[in-house]
Design a protein around this ligand. Structure first.
Ligand code: PRP
Length: 205
């Protein structure tokens, strides 16, 4: 039996459809309930929903053999897992956003509000710019509006949140999408089952 960690929420339902299409269905997963784990014994999978940012923790520690996590989480936390496939869903981008006329000139420290401090640090180090990180947990777009930061480093999907708040993408950092990840020991000991599910998911894309 493979333990599979799926990200709760919008992305999770899309991801589950990919697994179902690949031959690993478990319709009970989509029923409205408080249940957290679901099995399809014949297909050899046990699914469970966790917070998107926690999937990599379950997989890295082996509580899940495989899981689906956004590339944003993998870049930010660098968990010790294998990245097996780009599932090509949940596409968005990591970007610097703010008011174009308020970007501090080269040579000045940039005050950056973000949920992704490591991604922001790596990006600005590559640009040779000093930054001051303001680590927030959500609604990041408010920070430049209230003058808490000069810019934000955040996920942009449709761009609607930025637009409705008068903000713009100033720089693109990296494209993001959902990735299939595996625990390293599981990949060794349950390789056949993991490869079967990976190949089926790749074929169904
Ligand atoms: C994410 C992200 C942006 C928004 C982008 O936030 O942090 O705020 O989605 O989507 P859009 O470009 O389609 O408008 P999320 O919904 O995860 O909530 P949060 O702000 O509380 O983190």
């Amino acid at each position: 039996m493979l333990n599979v960690a799926l990200p709760k929420g919008r992305l999770g339902e899309t991801v589950y459809e990919l697994f179902a299409k690949a031959g690993f269905p478990c319709p009970a997963l989509l029923e409205k309930s408080r249940k957290l784990t679901f099995e399809n014994r014949e297909a050899g999978v046990r699914y469970f929903w966790v917070k998107p940012s926690d999937v990599a923790v379950y997989v890295a520690r082996g509580a899940a053999d495989i899981g689906v996590a956004g590339k944003d989480i993998l870049l930010e936390y660098a968990p010790d897992v294998y990245e097996l496939a780009d599932l090509e869903v949940g596409a968005c981008r990591m970007a610097v956003a703010g008011f174009p006329d308020r970007y501090p000139p080269m040579g000045q420290t940039v005050h950056v509000a973000t949920k992704f401090p490591n991604i922001a640090k790596t990006y600005y180090a590559s640009q040779g710019r000093d930054i001051d990180i303001i680590h927030l947990n959500g609604s990041i777009e408010i920070a430049p509006i209230l003058g808490l930061s000069d810019v934000i480093v955040d996920i942009v999907e449709t761009g609607k949140t930025l637009k409705e708040n008068g903000l713009e993408v100033l720089e693109e950092i990296v494209p993001i999408s959902a990735r299939l990840i595996a625990n390293k020991a599981s990949y060794k000991f349950k390789r056949e089952a993991i490869e079967k599910i990976t190949d089926s998911l790749e074929r169904g894309k």
